[in-house]
Design a protein around this ligand. Structure first.
Ligand code: GDP
Ligand code: MG
Length: 196
C-alpha cells in the first residue's frame, strides 16, 4: 500500500461527532511519549503534529481519512504522569467505550517502547482487546535506541508475555525501518474487516 492521500476529518469523542462513513478504522494507541506522533508523521509522510497538539484536541480521537478508503484514528496517549488519576480514569473509560462499541474498528496498532517493554497500562489495554476479540498489531518503537541483541530479546519477551503467534513488529522513525511492513499489516487489517 502507498499513502496517496491524507485528510484530517476532525476530532471527536462522542459517536455522533465521529465521521459518518462506513469505512474501516485503524486506531493507534500507546503511552504518552511512546513515539505515537512521530510514527504517524513518519508513516503518513506529513507533519500532523499541529493538528494533534491543538488545545483541547489531545484528549480526543483524531480521525485521518487515508486514500479515501480507511481511517487512521489517533487515540489519546495514556499514562501521562502529570495528569491526575481521576482524569486518567475518565480517559480510560472513554477510550474503552470507543474500543468496545465502534463496529467500524478494524484493529488497533498498539505501540510499546522497545527500551521499556510492556507496562501495567499496556497490559491492561492488551487484555481488553484480546478479551473482546479485537485485532491488534503490536509494534515496538524506537528500535534505533538499543542494540540488535537486546532488540531480539525484547521481541521474544513481548511475544511470550502476550502469547502472540508472531514476534511483534519493530520500527524506527530515525532509520526508517519497518515502514513498508507496517503499511502492509494495516492493509491486511483493512482487508480482513472488509471480508468479515
Ligand atoms: N531515536 C528515536 N526517537 C524517537 C523515535 N520515535 C520517537 N522518538 C522520540 O521520542 C519522543 C516522544 O515522541 P512523540 O512522537 O512525541 O511521542 P508521543 O507522546 O507518543 O506522541 C520524541 O523526543 C521523539 O523524537 C524513534 O524511532 N527513534
Ligand atoms: Mg503525541
Amino acid at each position: 500500500m502507498e499513502i496517496r492521500e491524507v485528510s484530517f476529518r476532525g476530532s471527536a469523542l462522542k459517536p455522533s461527532d465521529r465521521p459518518q462513513e462506513f469505512l474501516p478504522q485503524i486506531a493507534v494507541a500507546g503511552r504518552s511519549n511512546v513515539g505515537k506522533s512521530s510514527l504517524l508523521n513518519w508513516l503518513l509522510r506529513q507533519n500532523l503534529a499541529r493538528v494533534a497538539k491543538a488545545p483541547g484536541k489531545t484528549r480526543m480521537l483524531n480521525f485521518f481519512l487515508i486514500n479515501q478508503s480507511f481511517f487512521l484514528v489517533d487515540l489519546p496517549g495514556y499514562g501521562y504522569a502529570k495528569v491526575g488519576r481521576a482524569l486518567q480514569e475518565e480517559w480510560g473509560r472513554e477510550l474503552g467505550k470507543y474500543l468496545s462499541t465502534e463496529d467500524r474498528l478494524a484493529g488497533v496498532i498498539t505501540l510499546v517502547d522497545i527500551r521499556h517493554g510492556l507496562t501495567e497500562l499496556d497490559l491492561g489495554l492488551q487484555e481488553m482487546l484480546q478479551s473482546q476479540g479485537t485485532e491488534r498489531l503490536v509494534v515496538l518503537t524506537k528500535a534505533d535506541k538499543i542494540n540488535r541483541g537486546k532488540r531480539a530479546n525484547m521481541r521474544l519477551k513481548v511475544q511470550n508475555e502476550l502469547g502472540l503467534a508472531r514476534p511483534p513488529a519493530v520500527v524506527s522513525v530515525k532509520t526508517g525501518e519497518g515502514r513498508k511492513e507496517l503499511l502492509a499489516s494495516i492493509d491486511e487489517l483493512v482487508d480482513r474487516w472488509r471480508s468479515r
